[in-house]
Design a binder for this molecule. Structure first.
Ligand SMILES: NC(=O)c1ccc[n+]([C@@H]2O[C@H](COP(=O)([O-])OP(=O)(O)OC[C@H]3O[C@@H](n4cnc5c(N)ncnc54)[C@H](O)[C@@H]3O)[C@@H](O)[C@H]2O)c1
Ligand SMILES: O=C(O)C[C@H](O)C(=O)O
Ligand SMILES: [Mg+2]
Length: 622
C-alpha cells in the first residue's frame, strides 16, 4: 500500500531529499517480526531456547500510545489521558508523516522526530523501520550534522550523559545516575571531529544519539538498553566558546594526556556498572591511541576506523568484481589519510592480500594516500603521524606531489576514495581523468555530510558517461540516465555494519571485538545483496532491508567471535547458520510487540528525574 501525502505550499516534491511523500509502509517492513507464519521459520523457532523473545515493557516513554486497547489503558491508569480512539501504528504513522511533511526545514523535522522518540519510542521506531530510506537522513547523516552544530540552541532534553573534566574522580558515581538498570551498548564521542564539521563540543552528543537510534532500528537493540555519551573536555570552537547558550564547559580543549586519563576512568566505570557493555568510540579527532589501548581489554571498537573500513571494504569487494580487474592490478588513491582513510586502506589491503594472493608489501604498494600536504611519502620533510607511516611511499624518487591532480597523473588510479572533508575536491577534470585508467572507475566520495562530499552522484555519473561504480557517505537522490534508466547511488556509510557488529557482540557475549570480527562484518555485508540488487548494479543492499542485512552481518560477527574463542554465550553452541540467524532475529526489539497487559518496569529517566526533584506529579500513577 502506498500513500501520497500532500506537501505544504513552497516545498517541492523533488526538493525534499528524503522524498517523504513516497513511502510504502507495509512493503518496507522487513518481515522479521511481522511474518512469523512461514513454515520453515516456525521449525527453526521451535528449536530455539525458550524465553529468547524479548518482552516489550511499557515505560514512561511509551505509555500514551493510542494503539492501546481499553483494558490495557485501565491497567495502566491512563484512561482519559489518551484520546478515545484505538488506532493502529499504521494510522499513527500517517499522522507522523503528515506532520513531518508540514515542517519547513530539515532541522524542524529532526526536532519533531526527537520529540517523538522521547515521547513514544515504539511509534518512533515503527515509523523509522517502515520508512528507513526517507526517515534515516532526518535522524542520522546528514541532518544530524546540522543538529550537532546547533545543539545548544535546539536542546530541550538531555537524551544521554554529559561527562565533564570536572567530574573526574567521580565517574563511577555519575555513571550510576543513569536511570536504566540494563545497558547493552554505549556510543561515546568527545565531539572533536563530528562528521566533516570539526569540533562541535558537547553538540557531538547528537552523533551518539543518532548512531544508537540506528542500533535500535537496524539491529533491534532495545532503545532503553542504549546509552549516548559525550565527554566534555572543552572545545577549540570559538563560535561555541563565545555563545552564551553553549551547553558545554567553556574552556579550551584539553590534550591527549588528559583525554586518556579521563577515558581510563570512564572505561572502568562503565564496565563496573555493566560488565558486558559494548563501547563504540565515535568521531574523535585522534581515535588511534584509545583503540590501541582498549581493544584488547574491553569489548569495544572504533566506528570511524573499523566500521568505516568494513563497510567500504564490502562495497569495494562488489565493485572490484564489476571492474574485472584483479586486485594486484588495481591502484588506489585516497584523498584523506585520517582515521577513516587509513582504516579503509587497512581493510582493503587485507582483502587484496587474501584475494590477490599478495604479500603485505605487495598489497601495500597499491595504495597512495594524500593528506593536506600532498602525497604521503617518507622524504616529504615532515614528521608523519604514526597511523600514516605504514602507507607512506618510498618509491617517489625524491619527487613530491602536492595536489590531487598531480597524484592522479602520477598514479593513474582505478579506485579513488574521498575521506578528506573537502567538499567538491573531485572536480570534473579529475572524474573525467579516471575514465582513462579503467572502463569502470571506482569513485567513492565518502566525506559527510553532503556539503563535504568530494563530489555528487550527478557529477560522477555525468563525467564518466554513467560508467562509474559509485558510493558516497551521505545519501544522494537517484539519477536518471540518458536512456531513462534510473540509477541508485550506493551509500557507503558505516551504518551498514556497526549495528550488526554491536548485535553480533551482544548475542555472542563477546569478550573482545577483534579484526577477524570486523572483517567478517564486511564479508557478510558484501554477500548479502539479492540477485535483483546485483542485477540493478548496486554495491550495497537496499536500505529498506537493513534489518535483514544487519542480522546477517551479526551472524558473521558471531561466527568470527566463536572462531577466535571470544564468544561466551553457551546458548549458541552448535547452532547452524539458519538457527543462529533466527536466534538473532528473535532477540531483536520489535516496536509493534506491545504487551496486552501492564508490566512492572524500571523507572525511565523522566520518572527518575521527577522523583529526584519531588515534583508534584512524581508519585502519581503516571
Ligand atoms: N562514509 C562513512 O561511513 C564515513 C566514516 C567515517 C568518516 N567519514 C568521513 O570522512 C571524513 C574524514 O574523517 P576522518 O575521521 O578520517 O577525519 P580526520 O580528521 O582524521 O582526517 C581527515 C584527513 O583529510 C585530510 N585533509 C584535510 N584537508 C585536506 C585537503 N585540503 N587536501 C587533502 N587532504 C586533506 C587531512 O590531512 C586528514 O588526513 C569526514 O568527513 C567523515 O565524515 C565517513
Ligand atoms: O556518521 C556517519 O554518517 C558516518 C561516519 O561515522 C562519519 O563520521 O562520517
Ligand atoms: Mg563517525
Amino acid at each position: 500500500m502506498s500513500l501520497r501525502i500532500p506537501l505544504p505550499a513552497g516545498l517541492s516534491r523533488s526538493q525534499s531529499t528524503q522524498d517523504l511523500i513516497k513511502y510504502s509502509s507495509a512493503d518496507a517492513i522487513d518481515g522479521i517480526a511481522r511474518n512469523p507464519s512461514h513454515e520453515d521459520q516456525k521449525k527453526v523457532t521451535a528449536s530455539l531456547p525458550q524465553n529468547t523473545v524479548p518482552k516489550n515493557p511499557i515505560t514512561m516513554s511509551t505509555r500514551f500510545d493510542t494503539s492501546y486497547e481499553p483494558q490495557l489503558r485501565q491497567n495502566l491508569h491512563i484512561s482519559g489521558l489518551v484520546p478515545p480512539v484505538v488506532e493502529s501504528h499504521d494510522i499513527q504513522i500517517k499522522r507522523c508523516l503528515r506532520a513531518i511533511a508540514s515542517k519547513k526545514t530539515e532541522i524542524d523535522k529532526y526536532i519533531y522526530l526527537s520529540h517523538l522518540r522521547n515521547s513514544n519510542f515504539n511509534l518512533f521506531y515503527r515509523l523509522l523501520i517502515d520508512n528507513m530510506r526517507e526517515i534515516t537522513p532526518l535522524v542520522y547523516t546528514p541532518v544530524v550534522g546540522e543538529a550537532c552544530e546547533n545543539w545548544s540552541h535546539i536542546f530541550s532534553e538531555p537524551e544521554g550523559m554529559y561527562l565533564s573534566w570536572a567530574d573526574r574522580g567521580h565517574l563511577s558515581d555519575i555513571i550510576n545516575n543513569w536511570p536504566e538498570k540494563e545497558v547493552d551498548i554505549t556510543v561515546v564521542t568527545d565531539g572533536s571531529r563530528i562528521l566533516g564539521l570539526g569540533d562541535l563540543g558537547v553538540g557531538g552528543i547528537g552523533i551518539s544519539i543518532g548512531k544508537l537510534a540506528l542500533y535500535t532500528a537496524c539491529a533491534g537493540i532495545h532503545p532503553t538498553k542504549t546509552l549516548p555519551i559525550v565527554i566534555d573536555l572543552g572545545t577549540d570552537n570559538e563560535r561555541l566558546l563565545n555563545d552564551e547558550l553553549y551547553l558545554g564547559s567553556k574552556m579550551k580543549r584539553l590534550g591527549e594526556k588528559e583525554m586518556m586519563k579521563f577515558l581510563d576512568e570512564l572505561m572502568v566505570a562503565l564496565k563496573t556498572r555493566w560488565p558486558s557493555i559494548i563501547i563504540q568510540f565515535e568521531d574523535f579527532k585522534n581515535p588511534f591511541p584509545s583503540l590501541a589501548k582498549y581493544q584488547n581489554m574491553y569489548t569495544c571498537f572504533n566506528d570511524d576506523i573499523q566500521g568505516t573500513g568494513a563497510v567500504i571494504l564490502a562495497g569495494v569487494i562488489n565493485a572490484v568484481r564489476e571492474t574485472k580487474i584483479p586486485p594486484q592490478d588495481q591502484r588506489l588513491v585516497f584523498l584523506g589519510a585520517g582515521s577513516a582513510g587509513v582504516g579503509v586502506a587497512r581493510q582493503i589491503m587485507e582483502m587484496f592480500k587474501k584475494e590477490g594472493n599478495l604479500s603485505e608489501d605487495e598489497a601495500r604498494k597499491l595504495f597512495y594516500l594524500v593528506d593536506s600536504k600532498g602525497l604521503v611519502t617518507n622524504d616529504r620533510g615532515d614528521k608523519l603521524a604514526e597511523h600514516k607511516i605504514v602507507f607512506s611511499r618510498s618509491d617517489n624518487n625524491g619527487q613530491q606531489y602536492k595536489t590531487l591532480d598531480e597524484v592522479i597523473d602520477y598514479v593513474k588510479p582505478t579506485i579513488l576514495m574521498g575521506l578528506s572533508t573537502i567538499g567538491g575536491a573531485f572536480t570534473e577534470d579529475i572524474i573525467k581523468k579516471m575514465t582513462n585508467f579503467s572502463e569502470r572507475p571506482i569513485i567513492f566520495p565518502l566525506s559527510n555530510p553532503v556539503s563535504k562530499s568530494e563530489c555528487t552522484f550527478v557529477d560522477a555519473m555525468k563525467h564518466t558517461d554513467e560508467k562509474v561504480l559509485f558510493a558516497s557517505g551521505s545519501p544522494f537522490p537517484n539519477y536518471e540516465g540518458k536512456n531513462g534508466k534510473i540509477y541508485e547511488a550506493g551509500q557507503g556509510n558505516n551504518m551498514y555494519v556497526f549495528p550488526g557488529i554491536g548485535m553480533g557482540a551482544i548475542v555472542s557475549q563477546a569478550s573482545l571485538i577483534n579484526q577477524d570480527m570486523i572483517y567478517a562484518s564486511a564479508e557478510y555485508l558484501a554477500s548479502s545483496l539479492t540477485p535483483e540488487e546485483h542485477a540493478d548494479g548496486l554495491l550495497y543492499p537496499r536500505i529498506n532491508r537493513i534489518r535483514e542485512v544487519s542480522a546477517r552481518v551479526a551472524l558473521g560477527v558471531v561466527r568470527a567471535a566463536e572462531r577466535n574463542h571470544v564468544a561466551r554465550n553457551p546458548e549458541i553452541n552448535g547452532m547452524d547458520d539458519e538457527t543462529l540467524v533466527e536466534y538473532i532475529k528473535q532477540k531483536m526489539y520489535d516496536p509493534s510487540a506491545v504487551p496486552t497487559e501492564a508490566t512492572e518496569t524500571e523507572p525511565d529517566m523522566w520518572t527518575w528525574l521527577t522523583s529526584k526533584l519531588s515534583l508534584p506529579w512524581s508519585h502519581s500513577k503516571l
